[in-house]
Design a protein around this ligand. Sequence first.
Ligand code: NAP
Length: 296
Amino acid sequence: MKTALITGGSAGIGKQTALALAAQGYHVIIAARDAVKGQAVLAQIRAASPSAQVSFWQVDLSVPEQVRALAAHVRSQWDHIDALVLNAGLFTPTLRTNATGHEFMFATTHLGHFLLTHHLLDLVKAAPAARVVVTSSVAHFFAGGLGLSDVRQPSTSGFLLLAPFRAYGRSKLANLLFVRELARKLEGTRVLVNAFHPGGVKSEIWRSTPGLFNAVIGPFLVSERQGANTQIYLATHAAVTQTGQHWFKRRVERGTPTSRDPATAKALWDYSLQALGIPAFGQSDLAGAAAQQHSA
Ligand SMILES: NC(=O)c1ccc[n+]([C@@H]2O[C@H](COP(=O)([O-])OP(=O)(O)OC[C@H]3O[C@@H](n4cnc5c(N)ncnc54)[C@H](OP(=O)(O)O)[C@@H]3O)[C@@H](O)[C@H]2O)c1
């Protein structure tokens, strides 16, 4: 049976993808913070597809120990992952940091997914034709460069209201750079790695953005289902043969020059390894622990 792990599959774009992949017969594992929302989505999926195989795991991706616990759980239950959908994301209206001192959006959307991928890469490689799909955004245009110094001590200089938008853009730029570098490292394997922009989507993410901003963009937002279209395509469709690309509406987009810069991608990769204490990417130290738990 095909397996899909969808972070942020409890709401918005990820929820639509969870519904679609469960209907296609994947065993879908949804990972997000809010267990009540997660259970409600499981019930909705089972109502839509009574034979669906779905489960929920509570995780805050900004907390490395919780990411490791999710990975250990997945490793103890499954030996392959066909679709790793790294979709969870958020906008914080004020800048704050996680316990390791990283700006919260960067810690969640980039570092959390980087660590999760590190611990699950061998399961992804074990699938016959695996996909890694990362939800990036056109907002990476607002990042104004990666600014690795800013991911620990976010700069609030300049127009204060814009600082969270810039930090959000930086987290989405990091998503794209991660995809470029991971795809490069996986060249010659059966794994395709792609990022995409879903469009402006009418989801819960806008609950944290200023009201005036919402009033301006509101009329241009598309449905969550439309937003998930390219995500589902990249995760499942046989027509996808490219890797390391950024997509919008099922077409490859160029993105900013920084998002295509190999040196910036490598700098982010090296920073992430060091920040998370990973000696060798893709060689999880969880395998033994998971195996022991299993046999206990
Ligand atoms: N909506 C748009 O217009 C738009 C445009 C471009 C890109 N995107 C990207 O699309 C992705 C999905 O967003 P959406 O619009 O579908 O938003 P959404 O409806 O708010 O869903 C976000 C999902 O991410 C999860 N999540 C957030 N923070 C998390 C954390 N720290 N740990 C674990 N899970 C977390 C949420 O679960 P909990 O509620 O349990 O935290 C939820 O399931 C994000 O990466 C976003 O940046 C959205």
